[in-house]
Design a binder for this molecule. Structure first.
Ligand code: G3P
Length: 222
């Protein structure tokens, strides 16, 4: 078994933007060093370069567009994310949904670039569909629980368990994460017990009065 993984999605909170993104990434790095748990930061595109230069933990993009180099003003190009230091990217986050064919295109680009793909899904069926596209990770996040403070691992354990089963059935090499409302050590422990190999989370850490302490609590029971 591999060490559990924690991916912190910085989203577009002011508390995880610019200078504060750097502080948060440093907290992730310290907790990774102190606990041995794998910590990953997913900041906004404009913060990728700074974070990848300043911290040793892996940094992911939040989104990459299904475009080739050329005329696509405003898009996130995979080559640019890679040069900015991204080790991979979230794909199809609930707040940045994509069409199936575009998800497939981005996974192929990410794999060809030797980067890590983390496809977000909303239920058992879409988790199975995503697994068929051979990403590195599928992260199941029921949208109604995102930002709610109600942990998926306790509110909808059957979605996590069902997704793990469906994903492993289609492709046992795909690793499974879960997210939405996760913030405490109990939430993370429950997520791992349901067969998830880590968590994708945001507000419970980013909006905590002491994010480093919140991270230490998150990994305290694994
Ligand atoms: O990508 C993580 C996410 O959507 C969950 O958000 O705030 O419920 O941890 P949150």
């Amino acid at each position: 078994t591999q060490t559990p993984l924690v991916i912190l999605n910085f989203k577009t909170y002011l508390e995880s933007t610019g200078e504060k993104a750097l502080q948060l990434a440093r907290a992730l790095e310290q907790v990774a060093e102190e606990t041995g748990v794998n910590m990953v930061a997913a900041p906004q595109g404009a913060d990728l370069w700074r974070l990848s230069q300043e911290v040793k933990i892996p940094v992911l993009a939040q989104h990459i567009d299904p475009v080739d180099a050329g005329g696509h003003t405003g898009s996130m190009l995979i080559e640019c994310a890679k040069e900015a230091g991204a080790s991979g990217t979230l794909i199809n986050h609930s707040e940045q949904r994509m069409q199936l064919a575009d998800i497939d295109t981005v996974i192929s680009k990410v794999t060809a670039a030797d980067m890590i793909s983390v496809v977000c899904t909303n239920n058992v069926e879409t988790s199975a569909a995503a697994a068929a596209l051979k990403p590195d990770f599928v992260a199941i996040e029921p949208p109604e629980l995102i930002g709610s403070g109600i942990p998926v691992s306790q509110a909808e354990p059957e979605i996590v368990e069902g997704s793990v089963a469906a994903i492993k059935d289609i492709n046992p090499n795909v690793r499974v994460l879960c997210g939405a409302g996760i913030s405490t050590g109990d939430d993370m422990k429950a997520a791992l017990e349901l067969g998830s190999e880590g968590v994708l989370l945001a507000s419970g850490i980013i909006l905590a009065s002491d994010p480093k302490q919140a991270l230490l609590d998150l990994v305290s029971k694994i």
